[in-house]
Design a protein around this ligand. Structure first.
Ligand code: MLT
Ligand code: MN
Ligand code: ZN
Length: 305
């Protein structure tokens, strides 16, 4: 049977690396051809069973560039796309902005929770996704659905908050509902997870992902006050709905104890020191975890059935 293939289309958080208006040391390095750090696009993951049809998890504003730089996603005929479905994990701009790019009367299924559907419906610009071609599929939490033949998935609540542009005063942090979800993949005897935004690794979440073959996890910031320290912003990771990698409430230590085959940090903010070699990246690698990059491919070879 065909392999289960994961392809990181965009490893960076909202804004990308470099961010258009940022000249922090990472962003400057990503613009410098002499630096080993290269530009990285915004948060998205491709998944395929066998490599011909693809489901895209989060439609990043960079989706046009991501498709262009990924031959597996190019059309095979005059009008065609290997992208059969798009699944949204929250309504932040970095995860829905690309829906405006894939508007060219191409059939695909768009999977989201009803809360995320409501956000799309409240913004008339998303009406460019012609319902005659784009099939809206509203998925309940914990309900099995199939974004591709041979791939079973589930959406589950993870602690988060409403999208940035929906904040009205101080948002409630760490809410668990349909606004921020993780994805569970079950295919060919494998269990894998995609969790690009997560405010807290609750006991229930830890138990869920324990022993998984592969987990892509929120790597937005290394330290909670990183944006403040670097001088790019006033918000903590927690205030943005993202738990830090390091520290007593960080993800690194608990994730390293869950017997997970492979942990890959994704949705990495441009301020995060793990982009470059140094003690922070070394700490991640010493724990056996990986830092995503655009084009990173992970194949899980089917176990014999
Ligand atoms: C986030 O992940 O915190 C958001 O993408 C922020 C944003 O929309 O810029
Ligand atoms: Mn984001
Ligand atoms: Zn920057």
């Amino acid at each position: 049977m065909a392999n289960l293939r994961f392809l990181v289309l965009g490893s960076a958080a909202g804004g990308g690396l470099p961010q258009w208006n940022c000249n922090c040391s990472n962003c400057a390095a990503a613009r410098d051809p002499a630096s080993p750090l290269s530009a990285q696009t915004q948060s998205s993951l491709g998944v395929s069973v066998g490599g011909s049809d693809w489901a895209i998890f989060n439609a990043s504003p960079d989706i046009r560039q991501q498709i262009l730089q990924t031959p597996a996603l190019h059309p095979h005929a005059l009008r065609h796309s290997p992208i059969k479905s798009i699944v949204i994990t929250n309504a932040d701009v970095d995860h829905i902005g690309g829906l405006l790019t894939v508007r060219e009367k191409q059939p695909f299924d768009l999977f989201a929770t009803s809360a995320i559907e409501k956000v799309l419906d409240a913004n008339p610009v998303f009406g460019v996704l012609d319902p005659a071609h784009v099939r809206r599929r509203t998925i309940r939490l914990e309900e099995a659905f199939s974004p591709l033949a041979g791939l079973e998935a589930r959406m589950f609540a993870v602690p988060g908050k409403v999208a940035l542009y929906l904040e009205d005063g101080e948002p409630e942090l760490g809410i668990e509902g349909e606004q921020t979800i993780g994805i569970e993949f079950l295919s060919g005897g494998f269990r894998a997870y995609y969790i690009p935004g997560c405010a807290t690794l609750t006991d229930a979440l830890a138990e869920r992902i324990r022993g998984a073959d592969l987990v892509f996890f929120d790597g937005t910031v290394f330290t909670d006050d990183e944006m403040i320290t670097v001088g790019t912003g006033v918000k903590t990771g927690q205030r943005m709905g993202h738990m830090a990698i390091s520290g007593k409430d960080g993800s690194l230590e608990p994730l390293s104890k869950l017997g997970i085959g492979r942990v890959v940090y994704v949705h990495i903010n441009n301020t995060n020191p793990i982009w470059r070699s140094g003690p922070e990246r070394a700490a991640v690698e010493a724990a056996g975890m990986a830092v995503a990059f655009d084009g990173m491919e992970i194949d899980l070879e089917r176990r014999s059935e």
